[in-house]
Structure formats: C-alpha cells, structure tokens
Design a protein around this ligand. Structure first.
Ligand SMILES: *[C@@H]1O[C@H](CO)[C@@H](O)[C@H](O)[C@H]1NC(C)=O
Ligand SMILES: CC(=O)N[C@H]1CO[C@H](CO)[C@@H](O)[C@@H]1O
Length: 325
C-alpha cells in the first residue's frame, strides 16, 4: 500500500487534510488527515475518531478507509486517517466562498433553496443516527459547516469526529470498569473501556450529566447551522449594531426578512409567468418561515427546551414535501 499526498485541502484543529492517492489494488483518490502530533490533544482526537468511525456507518457520515499509526523515519509519531474524497469540498466553502470565482472556469458557488434544504436534511439524518440509531449514542460536539462535506451529488456527509463523545449512561459508566459482571458484550465492553480511558480526564462532565444535556448541545449547533444555511450569515457576523447573535437576530427580524431571503433564493429559478412566480414565492416563503422557526426552536438557550433531532428531521422532510408540492 502506498499513499501519496498531492495538495493541501484544509487545515483542521488537530492537523492538515490533503488530497492524495491511495495505491492499493489500483489508484484511488482519497482525503488524508495527517495529525499534527505536536498539537496537544492530537493523539486523543485521533483515537476518538478511530473509535467513533470504526463503529458507525451511515450515508450521511464521511466514510473512513483506513487508519495509519506509525513512526516516521525521524522517529516521530505519525498518525493519519484516510477517508473517501468528497468531490465538492466543505459546506463552509459553499456558504461563504472567500475565493473569487473565475467567471470562465468556475460555476458560481451558490446553492439553491432545495439544495440547501437537502443538505440540511442530510445533516439532521446523520445526527439522528448518531443520537438515536447507534447502540451507544454519540454526540458529535463540533457541528459546523466546515465539518460537513459534500460529495459529487452534493449530498451532505458529517465529518470530523475528533471531539465526539460516546454517551455512556451512569449505570454503563460504572459497569465499564467491571465489564465482566454486566451485560455488555465483549467488544462493546472493550470499546467502553477505551472510551472511558480516553476521555476520563477531560470529559467526566459529559459522562456524568445524563445523555439529554449533551445531545441538546448538538441540536443547538444544528439550529445555528440551519439559520446560517438559510441566511448566509455566519454566527459570528456582527449582524447589527446592538450585537445580536444569529439566533436573536433571526428571531427579531422574523418574519419580515423572510420575504427578502425568499426573493433572493427565487432569483435563481427559471423564467416563469408572474402567476407561477407568485404561487412559488408564496410556497417558498412558507417553507422558509417553517425552517427558521425550527432553527430558532433548536437554538433556544435552555437545553431542556430544545427538540429531539429525530423530530427535527421528520419536520424537515415534511417541509421538503411541501416545497416540492
Ligand atoms: C433533493 O432531494 C429530493 C428528494 O430526495 C430529490 O428529489 C431532489 O432531486 C434533490 N434536489 C437537489 C437539488 O439536490
Ligand atoms: C453543483 C456542482 O458544482 N457539483 C459538482 C460536484 O463535483 C462534481 C465532481 O467533481 C462535479 O461534476 C459537479 O459539477
């Protein structure tokens, strides 16, 4: 097996991501995350991602090909993860392109309403799987546009599990230390022990507080991400002179600005008669209103009042059905 790094495509919290070629039974383009082992926490992040991604599989999660942990010729630790390459880069680049597009070669990096909604649904499905579909629920803990990758069909894939947490219930946590005496099967018990060891120094709070608290953190991030997705504003943008955050500014501007955003998104549509346009405009506005309400509801301050992501996913599906008529 031979891996060649080609070009740097991103710099993450614990290392750099390259596009490369994996030579093994023929050449395959891959994404390679090389961990910067000088960075405090890189080792832990590598392990967290290995453990998380080895045990889960979903169409809206990035697929890991292999992990590589070795020592380089200078005697330094070398750790890398290989993933399937996602042709269309990260959602961050699509939402806030900083690179000027060359009019002759590059299509404008602009997503239409349905594409945005589809990607939002992809992310919700991925979270629903992590929270409710895995044997041991997983909290992603770092959901943001740069951690959502888009494949050739613009399907969203959640990536970067370097900060992910397994949610062991209190009982499980106690039993993880004496795995033989309780009901978890072998591999899961081992998994628990690894996870508890990895995280015991930093995240005792996550383990102790009960699952809902942490899941709701992901739901908050999802809410903010969906507001960002449909307003095109970064959560950190200074929206107004009174310093409102994205949640509050959307809430305050609601519903007046919805019409404005709907107009912008409709401009990408084909030429239609005025009647068709106004029917469509009305439907788009209704859908956007529902999406913003959902985004606001997901990002309320009190964790206990946030929705469960599975309800969010099914609401988004009905919004899409409505949009498609
Ligand atoms: C969005 O998803 C729907 C349902 O899967 C699909 O029919 C449609 O082609 C997708 N549209 C875009 C623009 O990706
Ligand atoms: C919408 C869009 O630009 N999609 C591109 C995603 O990547 C594939 C493969 O590189 C391109 O063919 C698509 O045009």
């Amino acid at each position: 097996m031979k891996i060649s790094l080609l070009i740097l495509i991103g710099v993450g919290s614990f290392g750099s991501v390259y596009k490369g070629v994996l030579d093994f039974d023929g050449a395959q383009l891959v994404a390679i995350k090389v961990f910067n082992m000088l960075h405090h926490g890189a080792s832990k992040s590598f392990l967290a991602e290995c453990v998380a991604l080895r045990n889960i599989r979903h169409r809206n999660l990035v697929k890991i090909i292999t992990a590589c942990s070795t020592v380089d010729y200078q005697g330094n630790d070398f750790k890398a993860l290989l993933y399937e390459l996602m042709d269309n880069g990260s959602l961050e680049e699509w939402l806030h392109s900083t690179i000027e597009t060359n009019e002759e070669t590059d299509a404008p990096q602009n997503l239409n309403l349905l594409q945005r909604l589809n990607i939002t649904i992809d992310i919700a499905c991925a979270l629903d799987y992590l929270h409710n579909g895995c044997e041991t629920p997983i909290v992603h803990c770092d959901l943001k546009p740069s951690n959502v990758l888009l494949d050739a069909e613009l399907t969203g894939h959640v990536s970067d599990f370097g900060l992910a947490r397994f949610l062991a219930k209190l009982a499980d946590k106690a039993s993880a230390n004496q795995a033989s005496s309780i009901g978890i099967k072998g591999s899961r018990a081992i998994l628990f022990r690894i996870v508890v060891t990895i995280f015991s120094d930093t995240s005792t709070a996550e383990f102790g507080m009960g699952s809902e608290v942490s899941k709701s953190g992901d739901v908050y991030s999802f809410g903010i991400l969906s507001l960002e997705m449909f307003t095109g504003r970064r959560p950190t943008d200074h929206m107004s002179s009174d310093g409102l955050n994205l949640h509050n500014s959307v809430k305050t501007a609601f519903p007046d600005r919805v019409t404005e955003i709907a107009d912008l998104l409709l401009q990408e549509g084909s030429i239609e008669s005025p009647e068709q346009y106004s029917i469509k405009a009305q439907r788009v506005e209704e859908c956007l209103s529902l999406i913003f309400k959902l985004g606001i509801a997901c990002s309320v301050e009190s964790p206990a009042n946030r929705k469960d992501i599975s309800d969010v996913a099914s609401e988004l599906h009905s919004i899409r059905d409505m949009l498609l008529g």
